[in-house]
Design a protein around this ligand. Structure first.
Ligand code: PMP
Length: 373
C-alpha cells in the first residue's frame, strides 16, 4: 500500500475505534416531510426545511422556470459574469426582510461565515465566540488571524468578564453567536449581547440559520447572516448589513469573490420562498407550535425554537434509539461528538410546518415508550 492510502487507513481505524467514523446514507425526500431510506418510507424529523418550502409547488416552479430561462449554472464568479439579476432581487428582498440597507448572497452559509469574519477582523483584533457556535463561525474566526477567545454558552457574565479582561490592547472586536443554536434549539439573549457589545465597543455577527421565518422577534445585530437552505428550502447563504459593510465585503470577502455565483434556480427558489414566508404568518408559526406540543407531551423543557434536543448521553445509545425510531418509520438522526460535547449525544428533532399534529403525537409516543425505564 502506498503511504497516502496507509495514512488514510490508519486515520480511519482511529476514527472507527472512537466511534467517530462517518458514513453517508442516501435519503430520498418528498412532500409532507416524507423521506425514504433503503426503500423504507418514513416521516423525517431531521430536515431543516422548517417551513416545508423546499417541496412547495411555487418554489419548485420558480426554480424550474429559472433553469429553463437561464440555464443550470451561473457560469462565473459574481464579480465576473455570474451576477444574475435574480440574485439582486433576492438581496433587495432579504435586506428589506431584515430591516437592513443591503444584503449579499454567498454560495452557502458556510462560505458566508468563512468570508465575513476575515474581511472584518485580522491580526491585532479580537474575535469572541459563544462556545457552541457552529463550525463555520469557528472556521471564519481562525482564518481571520485575529486572537480567538470563547465565552461559555449564553453566559452573559462570562462574556462580560472575558471582554473586561481581554478587550484592551486589541483594535477591533467582533462577537459571534447564533440566534437559535443549531444543536440545542435555545435562543441567544440578543438584547444583552448587543448591549455588552456596545459597552466594549465590539461589533456583533449573528448567525440566524435556524431563526429566519421561525423565530423573528428580538433585536437585529449590525451583521445578520444566515442560509437559504433551511426555512427557505433552497441553497446558498447571505449577509444583511449596512450598505457600507456590504460594499466592503464585495471587495474583500474571499469566499464571495473567488467562487462561482449561485445557480439562478437556487436564487429563484429562495426568492419565491421568501415571498411565501412573508405572505403566510400561520405557516411560520407552526414549527414552534409543533415543537412545543412535542416538549409538553414528553415533559421536556418548553421548546424555544423548531429544534428540540432529546439528550441521551453516550453516542451508541443515541444511535440505538435513532435506529429503533427508524424501524417505526421516524427519521430522527443521532447527533454525537464531536458535533456536540462528549456525553451529550442526542436526538435532534426538527419540526416543520409540513408535519401534522398526529405525526408529532406519534413521534412523542414512540420516544416516550423507547426511553421509558
Ligand atoms: N450556520 C449554522 C448555525 C448552521 O446550522 C449551518 C448549517 N448546518 C450553517 C451555518 C451552514 O449553512 P449552509 O448549510 O448554507 O452552508
Amino acid at each position: 500500500m502506498n503511504s497516502l492510502d496507509a495514512f488514510a487507513e490508519q486515520k480511519l481505524a482511529a476514527l472507527e475505534a472512537g466511534a467517530l467514523r462517518r458514513r453517508l446514507t442516501t435519503t430520498g425526500r418528498g412532500p409532507d416531510s416524507a423521506a425514504t431510506r433503503g426503500g423504507r418510507a418514513m416521516v423525517s424529523f431531521s430536515c431543516n426545511d422548517y417551513l416545508g418550502l423546499s417541496q412547495h409547488p411555487r418554489v419548485i416552479a420558480a426554480a424550474q422556470a429559472a433553469v429553463a430561462a437561464h440555464g443550470a449554472g451561473a457560469g462565473g464568479s459574481r464579480l465576473v459574469t455570474g451576477n444574475h439579476a435574480i440574485l439582486g432581487e433576492l438581496e433587495t428582498r432579504l435586506a428589506a426582510h431584515k430591516g437592513k440597507e443591503a444584503a449579499m448572497v454567498f454560495g452557502s452559509g458556510y462560505l458566508a461565515n468563512l468570508g465575513i469574519t476575515p474581511a472584518l477582523a485580522g491580526s491585532g483584533d479580537l474575535v469572541l465566540l459563544d462556545d457552541l457556535s457552529h463550525a463555520c463561525m469557528w472556521a471564519g474566526a481562525r482564518l481571520s488571524g485575529a486572537r480567538v477567545l470563547t465565552f461559555r454558552h449564553n453566559d452573559m457574565d462570562d462574556l462580560r468578564s472575558v471582554l473586561a479582561a481581554n478587550r484592551a490592547g486589541h483594535g477591533r472586536a467582533l462577537l459571534l453567536t447564533e440566534r437559535i443554536f443549531s444543536m440545542d434549539g435555545d435562543r441567544a439573549p440578543m438584547d444583552d449581547i448587543l448591549s455588552i457589545a456596545r459597552d466594549f465597543d465590539a461589533w456583533t455577527l449573528v448567525d440566524d440559520a435556524h431563526g429566519l421565518g421561525v423565530i423573528e422577534d428580538g433585536p437585529r445585530a449590525p451583521l445578520e447572516m444566515g442560509t437559504l437552505s433551511k426555512s427557505l428550502g433552497s441553497y446558498g447563504g447571505y449577509l444583511c448589513a449596512s450598505r457600507a459593510v456590504i460594499d466592503l465585503l464585495t471587495s474583500r470577502a474571499r469566499s464571495f469573490i473567488y467562487t462561482t455565483g449561485l445557480p439562478p434556480a437556487s436564487a429563484a427558489a429562495a426568492l419565491e420562498a421568501l415571498v411565501i414566508l412573508e405572505e403566510e404568518p400561520d405557516r411560520c408559526a407552526r414549527p414552534l407550535a409543533l415543537a412545543r406540543r412535542f416538549t409538553a407531551r414528553l415533559g421536556l423543557p418548553e421548546a424555544e425554537s423548531a429544534v428540540v434536543p432529546v439528550l441521551v448521553g453516550e453516542a451508541q445509545q443515541a444511535l440505538d434509539l435513532s435506529a429503533q425510531l427508524e424501524a417505526e418509520g421516524f427519521l430522527v438522526v443521532a447527533i454525537r461528538p464531536p458535533t456536540v460535547p462528549a456525553g451529550t449525544a442526542r436526538l435532534r428533532v426538527a419540526f416543520s410546518a409540513a408535519h401534522s399534529e398526529s405525526q408529532v403525537d406519534a413521534l412523542s409516543e414512540a420516544v416516550a415508550r423507547l426511553t421509558a425505564g
